[in-house]
Design a protein around this ligand. Structure first.
Ligand SMILES: [Zn+2]
Length: 120
């Protein structure tokens, strides 16, 4: 398990500057239209999350294929996966939700692994 790449001090300034520019652009476009500003924010947020994790339908079918390949057992504890309470876990976050970089975990194992990674 690799840890996620983080930003150094200079890169963090670049990211904060970029974020400020995006916010200023959205503020400029939306003007006093708060609903437009909200919709722009929502759209940019959603598209950036798709860049990282893929679109929902692709993730759902990847999860189903991966669970089948694991014989519907948790990749960690090997207990039977429930029909609904499972998690698609990326091995290397930067590589995204793609075949070969994911496994399906039961909720209990996912929580334990997230805690171990310091994410929960
Ligand atoms: Zn498990």
């Amino acid at each position: 398990m690799t840890t996620n790449r983080t930003l150094d001090e200079n890169e963090l300034v670049v990211a904060q500057t970029l974020l400020a520019e995006i916010r200023a652009r959205m503020d400029g476009i939306a003007g006093s239209d708060e609903r437009l500003r909200f919709a722009l924010n929502r759209k940019v947020y959603k598209e950036l999350s798709y860049d990282e994790r893929g679109k929902p339908n692709a993730r759902i079918s990847l999860k189903a294929r991966t669970a089948r390949a694991q014989n519907d057992m948790c990749a960690q504890c090997r207990t039977a996966l429930s029909a609904s309470d499972t998690v698609l876990d990326r091995l290397v976050a930067e590589k995204g939700d793609v075949e070969g970089n994911v496994r399906v975990l039961c909720r209990k194992c996912d929580l334990a692994i997230q805690r171990e990674r310091g994410l929960a």
